[in-house]
Design a protein around this ligand. Sequence first.
Ligand code: HEC
Ligand code: HEC
Ligand code: HEC
Length: 448
Amino acid sequence: MRRLSTPRIAITAAVTLTILGVAGLAVSQMPALPAHPSSAVTARGLLSQRFDDSTPDAEQVRRGQYLVAAGDCISCHVREGGEAFAGGLGLNTPFGVIYTSNITPDLGTGIGAWTNEQFYRAMHDGKGAQGQDLYPAFPYPWFRRVSREDDDAIFAYLKTLPAVSYTPPKNDLSFPLNFRSFVGAWNMLFLDSHDFQSNPGQSAEWNRGAYLVNGLGHCGGCHTPKNSFGADKSKQELHGAKLNNWIAPDLTSNTRIGLGDWSVDDIAEFLASGRNAHAAAGGDMADVINYSTSFINDADRRAIAVYLKSQPASPSIASSTPDAGAMRRGTEIYSDACASCHLDNGIGQSRLFPPLGKDAMLQQPDSTGLVHLILGGTRVGVSTSRPSPLGMPSFAWKLTDQEIADVSTFIRNSWGNEASPVAASDVSELRKKLDLQTVRLTDNSGDH
Ligand code: HEC
Ligand code: HEC
Ligand code: HEC
């Protein structure tokens, strides 16, 4: 499992940079994160557990369960082999590891003794039970837009969980980040002082989408580029960003690198199952689908889509003509290694092998996601509606750095795609960063 996207890591990084006065340094990529927990099934089971009317405050509890899915809480608050919501997952940052908290209702080690007010302070202001600053690795910069009513429902649901007595390890952060008070400075500089503001000029559906995307869904946590302080780059919301050696692509209406060619139905289908006629979800997005968007209802997925479709296109990016030699070598590698699944002209097979023509993921200016996929492979799991287990094999042992670079350059510049060439050095650099022996196969079981 992931988990700390680079943008979120960058937040912590930024605090140190601020303190040390070395702002402007780029934040480096993170080492690979721990693999999926074995308790994943239980976690998904909890999200689909039914509460009958005899449950105290049944209505509110059901609502809270739904909102916990919308907020993707489980992806972070479970460790390998541990109980869902008991926390203890270590999030790697350049300065050490931050562990997620136990948010089960255990009195001693969880949040069983918390009041509604304390829970709201955590979600809204990033404050712990004693008023201490929580690290923004906990996505409160987004969660602060959640309404009080919704926070109360989430808390009511969390209180129904089995209490687990478990204390996560102490954070292993270096000076000066180990002092929580440093987070206060970042909050003062960058925390949006507004709660969610609805836009009366837009439909109720659009506003619901905005509330989910910018609140519980914290989509911008991964999809918005960060400045050197780790805060969202203003005016570049959802323009795409790099995290965990993947690219969370542009989600604006840009027709080349964004969702310009996707319909509302396409987006809703992708959020429900991780697949559609254009793409298949890999990387951290598979976790988001697994624990979050596959559990929300279609009305909400459509609301998210309607909001995303209204995002003005990001500026178009110039590309250069690729080297003819690389294109020629790339064609050959493609027919040998790739065409058996993606077919000769890159048309693929609908919802089995994604088509590669006019593909947003392929045309991202930064090729990290593509090279990661070719090196590591990925797996889209089984679901009732999509029973065939499918995988993209890893090519790390079959192709050299130069071959991966050439085939990448070729597919980034074929069938309507246009993007910068990939160099062998880009591939070797990423190969070194990825721990390919334990490369995480995406466990997107998708069964709902
Ligand atoms: C991206 C990972 C991530 C996600 C998603 C996430 N959390 Fe957390 N959460 C954390 C981390 C890390 C901490 C610990 C922060 C610290 O120690 O400063 C934390 C701490 C908390 C705390 C404070 C607990 C305490 O004892 O101080 C609460 C409450 C909480 N999370 C609730 C939630 C809820 C509810 C959701 C879903 C709506 C959620 N979290 C989603 C990473 C996450
Ligand atoms: C933890 C990080 C993370 C979060 C949170 C996240 N995403 Fe993603 N998303 C990614 C990554 C990484 C990819 C690329 C996956 C791939 O390359 O297969 C992606 C891909 C996508 C795509 C496919 C884009 C394309 O052109 O292929 C869509 C649509 C999307 N995300 C929507 C969302 C929405 C909506 C939310 C919020 C509800 C969200 N994401 C939250 C990391 C994230
Ligand atoms: C055995 C079948 C198979 C082979 C061979 C194969 N792929 Fe794939 N490919 C898949 C599947 C399945 C997916 C969807 C998995 C995912 O994205 O998580 C996929 C996804 C992709 C994507 C992501 C497209 C998107 O928009 O989501 C790209 C790019 C890609 N493959 C390129 C290649 C290249 C380049 C090669 C040859 C080096 C190759 N594939 C070989 C099965 C295959």
